[in-house]
Design a protein around this ligand. Structure first.
Ligand SMILES: [Zn+2]
Length: 404
């Protein structure tokens, strides 16, 4: 059996007045996803337990068939896995966003979608000035990642955990809010706040920011620290479920979850993790990977990014491109291998109204060998809400999808 999973990140939404009372999934033209709905089953899955925060880290673990309440330790350690950074048993990884906070408000959690080429020298400057410094008995290291998504590692020397119980705020969920109310709290909070403060003058003095300002772009005014955690213990997917998997994603977090599951990571040139990603290249590489792997997962971040920017038109465009360039080619290629199944599902909800992630079930669609049509005609939230099939907790969906 060959399996394909397509993740339009954050695509699940609400009906919008601007779309005539429809959701983006309803408003978009999605012939291939609708074909999966017609020939298969639309249902819903709740990938985010109440005790955790709705985001791709927790929700992707669920979608891949793991109970986040058991395996989730934080977002950053998942990303460090993708970056090839090893974490020792006492180490913490901490997400280190480059952000634009010009007036005490979180104006842009991506620092104007700063490129990796501009972000790396900024993070390297922080490493030069602050790296190697001892903080709470550990030593800190800054590591450049993709675009605004970078990592701070705290190398601990003993079992003492200064960031155990620290509460940090994901910056993408506080658009335009005053940051003073959302600074790290609890044990270790002051240490993280001090590092965020220390980043300000170093970044302000950097030529990359001077050039961005001269070009009319948003400066990276500071780092924002969050998503901290120790290395998780995850039983490989092959051992847990059987199939040998591969993952295609431009986002370190999602790649990292795949890598920790033991999936092969396929890097696609032109995949940006943003609205301008090369959808067709992702589809091509996905189809090609079907030859060598039992399960191929293609993740596309663009619908989530469009939601964070509050752009309904871009969200619809991203969905239509995923349908045409990723779902379509996979759907055409899968039957060549005999038995096959395809799953389309976002990880979590991201609503245009709030421009933030949200709790709640997401719609999924599954078609292929052994799946009997449920009489549904389109892949969208109302169809899923009316469906008989529901997985709560959502991590149970994988077992059913695999037909085990
Ligand atoms: Zn998001």
């Amino acid at each position: 059996m060959k399996y394909a999973i397509v993740i339009p990140d954050g695509c699940a939404d609400e009906p919008l007045d601007a779309l005539g009372g429809r959701t983006p999934l309803q408003a978009a033209r999605l012939p291939n996803m609708d074909r999966i709905a017609r020939t298969g089953v639309v249902g819903r899955a709740n990938n985010v337990p109440d005790a955790l925060t709705p985001a791709s880290d927790v929700a992707t673990l669920s979608l891949f068939g793991y109970d986040p309440l058991k395996v989730y330790t934080g977002r950053a350690p998942l990303e460090t896995a993708a970056m090839g950074i090893h974490l020792g048993p006492h180490d913490y990884a901490i997400r280190c966003n480059l952000v634009h906070v010009p007036d005490g408000h979180m104006r842009d959690f991506t620092a104007g979608h700063i490129s990796s080429e501009e972000g790396a020298p900024l993070i390297n400057a922080l490493q030069h000035e602050l790296g190697g410094r001892e903080v709470a008995g550990g030593v800190i290291e800054f590591h450049p990642g993709v675009q605004y998504r970078n990592i701070l590692v705290w190398r601990g020397t003993s079992a003492a955990s200064p960031f155990e119980g620290t509460k940090c705020q994901p910056p993408h969920d506080i658009p335009d809010k005053a940051v003073a109310e959302y600074l790290p709290k609890g044990p270790g909070g002051d240490l993280l706040i001090a590092l965020m403060e220390a980043s300000k003058p170093i970044l302000a003095a950097h030529p990359v920011n001077a050039k961005r300002i001269a070009d009319g772009k948003k400066a990276a005014t500071q780092v924002w620290l969050w998503g901290q955690g120790k290395a998780p213990h995850i039983r490989p997917f092959g051992e847990t479920y059987g199939p040998r998997g591969a993952i295609i994603s431009a986002v370190d977090l999602v790649r990292g979850v795949g890598v920790l599951l033991g999936w092969h990571r396929i890097d696609v040139p032109g995949a940006t993790g943003y609205l301008d990603t090369d959808y067709a290249a992702k589809g091509r590489y996905g189809v090609e990977a079907l030859g060598a792997f039992d399960l191929v997962c293609v993740h596309v971040e663009a619908p989530d990014e469009a939601s964070h920017e509050g752009r309904a038109d871009e969200k619809i465009k991203a969905l239509e491109r995923i349908d045409e360039h990723v779902v379509g080619p996979l759907l055409a290629a899968l039957p060549r291998y005999g038995d096959w199944r395809i799953l389309v599902s976002p990880d979590h909800r991201t609503t245009l109204r709030t421009r933030a992630h949200a709790y709640g079930a997401v719609p999924f669609a599954v078609a292929g060998t052994g799946i009997r049509p449920a009489g549904q005609t389109s892949y969208d939230e109302p169809t899923a809400a009316a469906a008989g099939m529901s997985f709560d907790p959502g991590w149970h969906l994988m077992n059913w999808f695999l037909g085990r």
